[in-house]
Design a protein around this ligand. Sequence first.
Ligand code: NAD
Length: 419
Amino acid sequence: MTPTDITHGPLEDAKAQLAEAVEHLGCNPGVHRMLSTSRREMAVSIPLRRDDGTTAVYEGFRVQHNFSRGPAKGGLRFSTAVDLDEVRALAMWMTWKCALVDLPYGGAKGGVAIEPRDHSRSELERVTRRYTSEILPIIGPEIDIPAPDIGTDERTMAWIMDTYSASVGHTVPGVVTGKPISLGGSLGRATATSRGVAHIALMAMALRGIDPEGATAAIQGFGKVGRGAARFLADAGVRVQAVSDVDGAVWAEEGLDIQRLGAHSDQTGSVGGFEGGEQIDPTTLVTLDVDLVVPAAVEGVITEANADKVRARIIVEGANGPTTAGADAILADTDVLVVPDILSNAGGVIVSYFEWAQANQAYQWTERQVKDRLEERLTRAWHAVVEYSGVHRMSYRQAATALAVGRVIEAHELRGLYP
Ligand code: NAD
């Protein structure tokens, strides 16, 4: 990491991207100031009675960045790296993501600074319920709808729904998305983000004239996003040569057997030690000599320190904010095509929207309907970004952000400023 990367965290990057979009769009400074700040932020302290009888206390946040286009929407993260500025950045990116794929939502994000792997299931349930009860006044199906993110899953969403429902006195399935199917979750939600990442990656390959059959890929992160992306890309004929997680990384020239790798990871808790590949240094993953790199773990992994070593022809961002602004500037002078997070990982929030619509209608769609509508929306957004980038001679990230910010400003201006 260079000193610049240390001082420029995700919030500075998100604000710099917004400033570029605002300058391009020529909007007034008051609106720019409004979009640079969150509409509402809540910081809570969460006391947890641990299984051994001691009490721990964790910091938690919920940030709602914007409501101009509708209720706020965004994931809930359990990670020791969570802090208020990170959550602010992630909430801002959610606003742009929802606008880019034309969902009737603003952006939000939540986080609890906890390491889920160091806690039992019942401890995680108590933390989730206490966090939910603290933020209860500012969430709801018409206010702010959480979903899974790093370190949380459908079980977490079930606890949030139950805590919220117990408090209001009736079941409210629309308060969260990413729920288990048996509680009103949508068919296709669990794989929606990774399906979308693979769909976008295949469109990017087609644009660059790369045949997926035999193309090579490296995927960072083997969680809800990375694992599915690896599977869908392998299904399309791509040789997924390398996969990493927080504990290790594996590589195989002929491509990894993703199903076997998944079974190994389920058994051992990591991709490290998988016998169907060589163990490699996880920090080299994003600079491997492959056609496609999919960072699908955390933010800030392609930085000013390693951007000039990227050898892939395409980067499709599965994670939020994996490429720093400094790295973006370096990559802009190369041939590497960077497909930004707000486009490439939007599959999750698109199907979250479908889940919310199904909850509001109390009517379940078929898996086919979900998949077709997901791909249709993502494809539309992809073409809009490619075209805008061509017309205005800007990167895909600049184009996607400008398109999204323009839509949010339009909604804001149509509603007017109250009072
Ligand atoms: P997850 O907790 O299911 O998985 C995270 C994975 O990343 C794990 O395999 C973990 O070991 C790995 N990891 C963590 N730190 C790492 C590091 N430093 N190097 C390599 N691997 C590391 O989380 P997820 O839901 O898959 O989310 C991953 C990213 O995708 C996050 O940036 C998240 O915001 C973004 N995202 C998730 C969704 C979703 O629907 N889950 C939607 C859009 C974006």
